[in-house]
Every structure is written in structure tokens, then in C-alpha cells.
Write a protein that binds this ligand. Structure first.
Ligand SMILES: Nc1ncnc2c1ncn2[C@@H]1O[C@H](COP(=O)(O)OP(=O)(O)O)[C@@H](O)[C@H]1O
Ligand SMILES: [Mg+2]
Length: 240
């Protein structure tokens, strides 16, 4: 099966209007997470589908909002210009409205702990991205390397909370100065947050959550270093 080029119009068309066939449930998923096949005009590809009604209730996140958070994470990743999150949209599917995300063809033996030596620049951006979205669950296994050597981040449903919840395995850069090019990207992101991105996030997040994105960004831009752990237990569980 040929996956369309990331960022191509074909990729978006398939996700937005391809016919969805359920293939099975993903192993190790805590929410109802399905592997699906998409088909449109003879072109096929794989995607991950997480219906809203399959979201496991959590004590600290409003019920049924994880799929919007996943879409918001993709929008933020695009606005930063870092292509961390595979194309993710909100769409009606066989089990109702949910998030649909391009499947990343990857070797499941690889993850952050096995990749960090060789992809430091990429993971620095992951670390900054996770601060911006307040990611409460950056496991090592949520970092997937595709066949073109691009690393993608997945599973951003528990992000964008107003309270500080950053839980991640990526603490390698704490105290380091943020590289100038990444600072530029963060600054540009701020401009977008004031404009079209801000409007998009209004639909996906609460007003307070949208404001919190701006606050975390302002904080990063004033500190200009990779933060130290912000909570008492700053790791996800399990770590991989
Ligand atoms: N876009 C994707 N491409 C490839 N594999 C994925 C993708 N999204 C999820 N997976 C696989 O499915 C598993 C479960 O997905 P995840 O997003 O972690 O679901 P949950 O919200 O249930 O924790 C992941 O550990 C990963 O192996
Ligand atoms: Mg998960």
C-alpha cells in the first residue's frame, strides 16, 4: 500500500473524504484506537481512528475532548513549521466523530531512547513542542521514525490542560539555551497564534486553554532555555 506524501493534497483528500474500513484495534491502546484503511479514487492508505465515544474518561480532562486536543496538537506542530504531528483531522467515521490521523509506517522496536543519540535536533523541537502544548504523556514510544528518517510524534490527547502537567521522557536538554532557529520558529508561532491559528484553536480548546498556550509560549521566549521538570513526577507511565 502506497502512503501519499506527507503534506500532499492527496494525503489530505484521502483523510478528509476517503472511505473508511475498520481493520482492527491497535494493541496497547488505552482508548479505543483503531487501524483503518482509507480508499479514494483507487488510492489506499492507512490511518489511525480514535472515536470520541471510545475515549477513556479521565479525572482531570473534560470528557470527550481528547480528539480535539489531538487535532489542536497537529495545528500547533504545523504553525511551528516542525512537522512533528502527522496530519490529523476531526471526522465522522464508523464509530462516530473522532480523530483521524495518518498512519506512520515505522519499526516498533525504535523509539526515543533508541533514537535520541542520532536525532538531537529533532528531539529538541519535540521538547519545546511539548512545553507549548503542555503534553502530559510524551512516552518514548510516542516517537516514531518513518522510512524517510523523519520522526513523528503521536498520542497528544492529554495535552493543552491549563494546569502544568508536562510529563515527558525528553529531559535531556534541560538548562540548555534554545537554539536560535528554534527561537525564531517560536516567535513566528506567536504571530500565528494571534491570527489564524488562534481562531482555529478557539474551536478546538476552551478560551482558558487557548490563553494558556500563549502564556507558556511567552514564558519560553523570556526564559530562552529548556525548562527543568515543572512537577514533582515529570515522567509518563509507562515510560516506553
Ligand atoms: N499515527 C500513527 N501511526 C502509527 N502508529 C500509531 C499512530 N497512532 C498510534 N499508533 C500506534 O497505536 C498505539 C496506540 O495509539 P495511542 O495514540 O498511543 O493510543 P491511546 O490514546 O489509546 O494511548 C501506539 O502505541 C502506536 O503503536
Ligand atoms: Mg498511548
Amino acid at each position: 500500500m502506497i502512503q501519499p506524501e506527507p503534506g500532499s493534497t492527496e494525503e489530505r483528500a484521502l483523510l478528509e473524504s476517503g472511505e473508511i474500513e475498520m481493520l482492527g484495534r491497535m494493541p496497547w491502546s488505552s482508548n479505543a484506537t483503531f487501524l483503518v484503511k482509507l480508499e479514494r479514487d483507487g488510492v489506499e492508505s492507512l490511518a489511525v481512528y480514535k472515536p470520541r465515544k471510545g475515549e477513556r474518561p479521565l479525572w482531570d480532562f473534560p470528557r470527550g475532548t481528547l480528539c480535539e486536543r489531538e487535532v489542536a496538537a497537529h495545528r500547533v506542530s504545523e504553525a511551528l513549521g516542525w512537522s512533528i504531528v502527522p496530519l490529523t483531522i476531526l471526522r465522522d467515521g464508523p464509530a462516530g466523530v473522532g480523530m483521524l490521523q495518518r498512519f506512520v509506517d515505522h519499526d516498533p522496536e525504535e523509539h526515543f531512547f533508541t533514537l535520541r543519540e542520532n536525532f538531537g535536533d529533532t528531539f529538541r523541537r519535540f521538547a519545546l513542542f511539548d512545553v507549548v502544548i503542555n503534553n502530559a504523556d510524551r512516552k518514548s514510544g510516542h516517537c516514531l521514525r518513518d522510512r524517510q528518517d523523519h520522526i513523528w510524534g503521536i498520542d497528544h490527547g492529554v495535552s493543552f490542560h491549563c494546569a502544568v502537567k508536562l510529563r515527558t521522557v525528553i529531559w535531556d536538554y534541560e538548562g540548555e539555551a534554545i537554539p536560535p532557529t528554534d527561537l525564531d520558529a517560536l516567535q513566528e508561532f506567536g504571530v500565528r497564534l494571534d491570527a489564524e491559528l488562534g481562531r482555529e484553536l478557539t474551536v478546538l480548546l476552551s478560551a482558558a486553554e487557548r490563553q494558556a498556550v500563549e502564556d507558556r509560549l511567552a514564558w519560553l521566549l523570556s526564559e530562552r532555555v529548556f525548562p527543568q521538570p515543572l512537577t514533582e513526577y515529570p515522567y509518563p507511565w509507562p515510560m516506553v
